[in-house]
Design a protein around this ligand. Structure first.
Ligand code: GLC
Length: 680
């Protein structure tokens, strides 16, 4: 589906919700249950318990209806048998037989692990991202997971923040379209499909704005920035059918997200008419005491349920609520009704047990997809003298701390198994097709060095923040030491965030950003290095020259002296701009043309592949808005399209813009720093 077309559909279909019934009306079943539930059973439905193992206490809690949902960890989940035996206790041995929801952090795959989300976003391929979510849903639901704690759509403008790895980058529009694609991939169009997985958009809201890139730290977000930057991806996910949202740890300009009536009850539930469920993040309700807005667990519980947080993860403060307090009763009944409706909508009453017979594991098809999305996520930042693809080499040395690394599945690797990972060396050795000799050491016969460096999986992710953005440890010195061999150097970086490569960029011929690419790492890398496919990925975050420039993102608001902004000791421009990525081919952009069609601008541009290689090109459309009251971002991405173009072939890209304002100006090009204004 064309991306501009998809953009149009997302805007037009704002009220529709694919996959799930969007009505907020209770069914007779839910109303009946509500009437019959005791106070403790109601509070039980609002509790998600952390249950690492099944024991007699847990069995007793399930039987007494004190558990509405269960999670059991970041990289573990029950066997189908264990999960179904827990469910059977709830359905057959509790008084009302209400089934339990089983949640899990399915972030970028469940057993088949795909690239980290920040990597996937660099594919700019909505269909691929949705397909990966479909596979994750099939695998997770085959284990009995009903509820995925994703997509994470926190706009991330600070590479020091460890969880930028989990996001779809610094742009609100990309986080919107890719988050919506994941929701569609999880939930599909058929509610009762065997592979249905309920999405949970997170972390609501503004989590990525943590001061200093320090996870959990406070944020200062204006109402306008909230509505223009941090909220849109959540709205897009809800419009795609998501029925649950997770409240964040951070405060929002002084009000914790998990007790924030303005963002939860007023904005989400009332203004957006959200009929689904708000789940707190791990002990975020009890944390309200640390925020200082609660002096007891009961205080915290009241603040959260009053704000509209329906279910409590991990802690049990909701059991402190007072059944005799009319407000507490009103809030609790509303939340229980939402929980029961949620369970009914996702088919849990009809299908409480794992729907398929077997637990799915990586297979040929899922690996094919993992390899394709990993390939399309990788971004080539430098390729001097066309060093890549590796042609004419007889012997290459694949070396460095990541050359045989198996932990390339990111921090949220779910049930990913390192035994499934193809390492960089394995991929390059297997696909050399005996034409190239691949060694693990540099010898006199080495024609070229493939140097594999990066960030290990515990250097990004939750609370893995950094104050510097250089390659960790002694890796930079090691890269520089390779020059003594006098051989061309291809640098492969396995990372979870934008890095500052200023110190080493001149020491290597080529740079390929591989992210943590998942289980098909080595094969995807070999596909690109041997030229079976051309790199096509483009950055969805700005890459700074140095950490002192941070925060540095492309869609900053304008200034009264835009050309005088500077540093004494650093350039003001990024090392690599948002939207940048190289190809083995080269593309000529014709002059873009604009016309009004039914008062909406339509922008058309022809792109020619001038190279010798078939390759995909991602054309981007940006808007510069202005009015006579407020300042606006100097540029805002509003559309993109990606097409495979053969040598000498011309492909036409068409963008239909939906919300034109009188002073809007449009720019088209290959990155945020390589644009041509559209005459319209
Ligand atoms: C974590 C994360 C959240 C995750 C949850 C359950 O602390 O903040 O993203 O879904 O707890 O693991």
């Amino acid at each position: 589906m064309k991306y501009s077309k998809l953009l149009f559909i997302i805007i037009v279909a704002a009220s529709c919700q694919a996959g799930l019934d969007s009505s907020n009306q209770s069914s007779s079943k839910v109303s009946e249950l509500l009437r019959n539930m005791t106070w403790n059973e109601k509070i039980g439905q609002l509790s998600m318990s952390y249950v690492p193992e099944l024991n007699s206490d847990v069995i007793a809690e399930i039987k007494s209806g004190k558990i509405g949902a269960i999670l059991n960890g970041r990289t573990s989940f029950y066997s189908r048998v264990m999960r179904d035996s827990m469910q059977r206790i709830a359905v057959e041995s509790s008084r009302l037989g209400i089934p339990i929801l089983f949640g899990h952090d399915v972030i970028h795959g469940f057993r088949t692990i795909f690239p980290i989300s920040l990597g996937q976003s660099c594919s700019w391929d909505i269909d691929l991202i949705r397909n990966a979510a479909e596979v994750a849903a099939s695998e997770a639901s085959s284990y009995g997971v009903n509820w995925a704690f994703s997509p994470m759509v926190d706009v991330s403008r600070d590479p020091r923040w460890g969880r930028i790895a989990e996001s779809y980058g610094e742009d609100p529009y990309l986080n919107s379209v890719f988050g919506a694609a994941v929701v569609s991939g999880y939930q599909g169009e058929q509610l009762d499909s065997l592979s249905f997985l309920a999405a949970c958009m997170k972390h609501y809201v503004g989590y990525g704005a943590a001061e200093g890139g320090r996870d959990y730290d406070y944020t200062e977000i204006s109402e306008r920035t909230l509505s223009e930057v941090y909220l849109p991806p959540f709205k897009a996910g809800l419009d795609a059918g998501a029925q649950s949202i997770m409240s964040a740890f951070n405060d929002i300009s002084g009000i914790p997200a998990t007790s924030n009536t303005h963002t939860v009850r007023d904005k989400l539930k009332n203004e957006w008419n959200f009929g689904g469920v708000v789940l707190s993040d791990w002990d975020a309700i009890a944390q309200l005491r640390h925020h200082g807005v609660a002096v007891s667990d009961k205080d915290a519980a009241v603040a959260a349920i009053k704000a509209g947080v329906d279910m409590e993860m991990k802690t049990k403060t909701y059991f402190e609520l007072d059944s005799l307090n009319l407000n507490h009763k009103t809030w609790v009944d509303e939340s229980v009704e939402r929980l029961l409706m949620f369970k009914e909508k996702i088919g849990l009453f009809d299908q409480p047990y794992a729907a398929t017979k077997y637990q799915l594991t990586p297979d040929t098809l899922s690996r094919f997809l993992a390899r394709k999305i990993a390939r399309e996520s990788m971004v080539m930042l430098k390729n001097d003298r066309k060093t890549l693809p590796l042609q004419g080499c007889e012997s290459i040395a694949v070396v460095g701390p990541f050359s045989e690394e198996k932990e390339l599945m990111g921090w949220w690797k779910s049930l990913g198994d390192t035994r499934d990972v193809i390492t960089p060396y394995q991929g390059l050795d297997r696909l050399a097709l005996s034409k190239i000799n691949v060694t693990k050491k540099i010898t006199n016969f080495t024609d070229l060095i493939v140097a594999c460096v990066g960030e290990s999986q515990d250097w990004f992710g939750e609370n893995n923040n950094r104050a510097f953005l250089d390659l960790p440890g002694e890796q930079e010195e090691w890269v520089k030491s390779l020059k003594k061999y006098g051989k061309p150097i291809v640098l492969i970086i396995f990372n979870g965030r934008p890095l500052s490569l200023t110190n080493i960029i001149d020491d290597v011929n080529s740079i390929l950003i591989a992210w943590h690419p998942g289980i098909e790492a080595g094969n995807a890398l070999a596909d690109l290095l041997y030229g079976f496919h051309s790199p096509s990925g483009k950055l969805t975050t700005t890459w700074p020259r140095s950490v002192g420039q941070v925060p540095l993102y492309y869609n900053r608001r304008t200034s009264g002296r835009p050309d005088q902004i500077s540093y004494k000791d650093e350039l003001i421009t990024p090392l690599f701009p948002f939207g940048f990525g190289l190809s083995y081919s080269s593309f000529e952009y014709d002059v873009p043309e604009g016309e009004f069609v039914e008062s909406h601008p339509r922008i058309t541009i022809d792109v020619t592949n001038q190279g010798q290689t078939k390759a995909s090109e991602i054309v981007q459309l940006y808007r510069k808005r202005a009015d006579n009251i407020e300042t606006f971002p100097r540029l805002s991405l509003i559309g993109f399209d990606k097409k495979l173009i053969a040598p000498d072939e011309i492909k036409t890209f068409i963008f239909q813009v939906a919300d034109h304002q009188p002073r809007d100006r449009y720019f088209c090009g290959s990155s945020s720093a390589d644009l041509v204004e559209v005459g319209i």
